[in-house]
Design a protein around this ligand. Sequence first.
Ligand code: SF4
Ligand code: SF4
Length: 352
Amino acid sequence: MAAKFIAHTELDAWLGRISERYRALVPRREGNAVVFRPFDPAMPVELKARPTESPKAAVFPRCEALLAYKYEKDPEEPGRVEVEVAERRDGVPTVVIGGRPCDAAAFKTFDRVYDSDRVRDLNYLNRREMTVLVSLVCSKPATTCFCHWMGGGPASTAGSDVLMTPVADGHVFETLTARGDEVIGTELPDASDAQMTEARKVQAAAEAAMGEPVDVGAAREKLLALFDDAGFWEAESAKCISCGVCTYLCPTCYCFNITDEKFGHEGVRLRTWDYCMSHLFTMEASGHNPRPTKAHRLKNRVGHKFSYYPSLHGGNIACCGCGRCIRSCPASVDIRAIVLNAIAAPAPRPKG
Ligand code: SF4
Ligand code: SF4
């Protein structure tokens, strides 16, 4: 695997060349947010501030057509209908540059669901196979970051194809996979020994800045034990205003809704992001809603990530500790505090 260097002054020109071969998604400032957009030489790339959104839309678009259909009725024989269905499977070779190590780890949460013995989501897999992750080391982790609780770290290589480390005059690219080698190519100069030493120092300082991780393994059983403790969930969700920001920004939230949009005798079947913090998420056609309050919905969100998902997927927690939900929640709900409160809560009294 290779270690290459690019100077700050060369970065835009290099991204321009990458864009000729791939859809290059880079972080860009839009208003107060940092979002992932195709590289545009006229718009500055934002590599210092943490991205507000995750890059999950690269493989799981906000809205996509899964299939198109049309049907024709025989005017002479109205009971006779001919239906034509065409699957839609788009996707272009993509490189995400400037996602963080926690974002790369988060794609594994998707993989376990969409590429399993039970489900192979071909639309997802098609994009996933075409997507290369060039992850930027978080040289200054935020107080809201807790990737190390989840087994990751600000310089972790897990899930990435290339690790990109900021050094004084530019960035060091360390390729980790054959796909990473293909993207980085051979045109950049090798990183010097001095640049590699500096990169290692940046990585070590970032890891050290995280402090000691907290073990939240006990949450799996404890959240189940608290399932019927309405008082606990009412207290934890009191501040929540059900805006859904936490779920939309979360790199590990993968729920969707399916709708048909019909125009005359033809239409498309759309998949769009959905969010369990909405009161409509579980609303049934009868009007019954099994999760009628925000307490029910927050319990589901936290329980799914820290208990139900790990039970189904070999103990892996469906949270990468990116802290986006904490940073962007308008009510300052902190998922770390909820999990720790659950672990510390007295065991509920047995019913009887
Ligand atoms: S971002 Fe905060 S207020 Fe909005 S739904 Fe999530 S927890 Fe509730
Ligand atoms: S739950 Fe919060 S901290 Fe965990 S991955 Fe989602 S946004 Fe990040």
